[in-house]
Design a protein around this ligand. Structure first.
Ligand SMILES: NC(=O)c1ccc[n+]([C@@H]2O[C@H](COP(=O)([O-])OP(=O)(O)OC[C@H]3O[C@@H](n4cnc5c(N)ncnc54)[C@H](OP(=O)(O)O)[C@@H]3O)[C@@H](O)[C@H]2O)c1
Length: 430
């Protein structure tokens, strides 16, 4: 067998230790598949004394991960620190500058600096591989870039954050409120102590920006992603969704059309008959639509030590084999910059929940605001009557333009009988 592929790993947390464990268990099998053994020769993390459950006896330790990226005797640097800036970025830039391939699971870094990193890598004939950065264990980057290379893709979308999917699934199964389910998810380790990156949609937006780049051959444009999280989804909305034949999912959706590229992350009402409605708990799913292949659906675990390590090591095996795919489907210098379409250009149905004081004339005022913007109602639900008390009213619209919907909602929100900002969930016919 050929010489081992020498690897340095920066970051030995959940994923870094997972990679170590995976290589320890499946190393011999992977060596046969990769044509070369994979050998970890150096590691870097902050705390040398921390017990990580892995044997570091034969590995060089670096306190400074950037120094390791520059000086370790290796061909590949695996960055598993995290964050769009700081040490993670330095490690990747240093490794490429020193002629080493980079493998990373870092979606924040790729979403912000992916195009520039791809250009640096390609200029030197190097790889920057990032399968683990999108949908964890699902091999979606390879599937889109290599498996669907013959197609023009028009849309790619998915459930890209396991924490949100877990919370929404538990809310549906238990009828409990968002805050209570989030607290449980934190106890179980499914949500971080600071959950904002996940529940406010930022993590899904990072992944969507990368997916759009690889699906459409466009420059990564994270700033253009419209982002909303799941904090305002109430137990009542889950209940109404059930009655209307939907499930609520946080989706990331990227669509490329004649007018430009729209990228958005927000809670969606998804018809029960679509496959993605049944992807539950911490599972992720990605759907790609191509002109020749039609619809392709991939489902799996989007996070955790094992699934993420599986994706990281697959990238390392590619490097061992000498496979050098383009970072984002086209050379970095040829990536397109389509017009970025804002959410105002979306056309579709809307679910709107209003909290109103039950008194005569309220519904007439609401429907007048909709009529004046040419928004047509498909249905309206009101549970019970409670004169002069707070009641929820749910409106479901036919397809309409987001901008018109927004204008109508601004007017509705200002009505004296409407007590809180309306909850708006877009209906996606997928
Ligand atoms: N966890 C997942 O399921 C998952 C899934 C997909 C992608 N990812 C991505 O994978 C990456 C790693 O995530 P993780 O969950 O493994 O994170 P983690 O458990 O927090 O581990 C981070 C590691 O980086 C080390 N580190 C932090 N700052 C450092 C610095 N300045 N210099 C050197 N080492 C430093 C830490 O060292 P100490 O241990 O000494 O503190 C720790 O070992 C992130 O980009 C994340 O987004 C994670």
């Amino acid at each position: 067998m050929s010489e081992p592929l020498r690897i340095a790993i920066a970051g030995l947390g959940t994923v870094g230790a997972g990679v170590f464990q995976l290589l320890a268990k499946n190393g011999a099998l992977i060596a046969r598949r990769g044509g070369r053994p994979l050998e970890v020769v150096a590691v870097a993390a902050r705390d040398r004394k921390k017990d990580r459950g892995v044997d570091l006896a034969k590995v060089a330790w670096f306190d400074d991960a950037a120094k390791m990226a520059a000086e370790a005797d290796c061909e590949v640097v695996v960055e598993l620190i995290g964050g769009a800036e700081g040490m993670a970025r330095r490690v990747c830039e240093t490794a490429l500058a020193k002629g080493r391939h980079v493998v990373t699971a870092n979606k924040a870094l790729l979403a912000h600096h992916g195009t520039a990193l791809a250009a640096s890598a390609e200029a030197k004939g190097l790889t920057i591989a990032y399968e683990a950065a999108v949908a964890g264990g699902i091999p979606i980057i390879k599937s889109i870039r290599e498996g669907l290379a013959a197609n023009r893709l028009s849309r790619v979308y998915g459930i890209l954050n396991g924490t949100c999917n877990y919370i929404l699934t538990q809310m549906r199964k238990t009828g409990r409120a968002f805050g209570d389910v989030l607290a449980d998810a934190q106890k179980l380790g499914y949500a971080e102590a600071d959950p904002s990156f996940d529940v406010d949609g930022v993590d899904a937006a990072h992944k969507l920006a990368i997916l759009a780049g690889v699906a459409f051959g466009t420059k990564i444009d994270f700033a253009a992603v419209h982002v909303e999280g799941i904090r305002r989804v109430g137990a009542q909305d889950i209940q109404f969704a059930r009655e209307l034949g939907f499930r609520i999912k946080l989706l990331g959706i990227a669509e490329l059309g004649e007018g430009g590229l729209m990228q958005r992350v927000h809670p969606c009402m998804v018809p029960l008959e679509t496959p993605i409605a049944h992807v539950e708990d911490v599972y992720n799913a990605v759907v790609a639509e191509g002109d020749f292949v039609g619809r392709v659906v991939a489902e799996g675990r989007g996070a955790g030590a094992g699934p993420t390590a599986s994706a990281v090591v697959a990238d390392i095996v590619d490097i061992a084999h000498g496979r050098r795919p383009m970072t984002f489907q086209l050379p970095a210098g040829e990536l397109a910059t389509p017009k970025a379409l804002g959410i105002d250009a979306r056309r579709g149905g809307y679910y709107i929940r209003l909290d109103v004081i039950d008194r005569p004339g309220v519904i007439a005022d609401v429907t007048a605001a909709l009529r004046d913007e040419a928004v047509s109602l498909a249905s309206m639900l009101q549970r019970g009557r409670a004169p002069d008390e707070r009641v929820p009213v749910v409106l479901v619209t036919h397809d309409t333009q987001e901008a018109a919907m927004r204008r109508a909602l601004d007017r509705i929100a200002r009505l004296g009988a409407v007590l809180e900002a309306p909850v708006v969930i877009r209906i996606e016919s997928l």
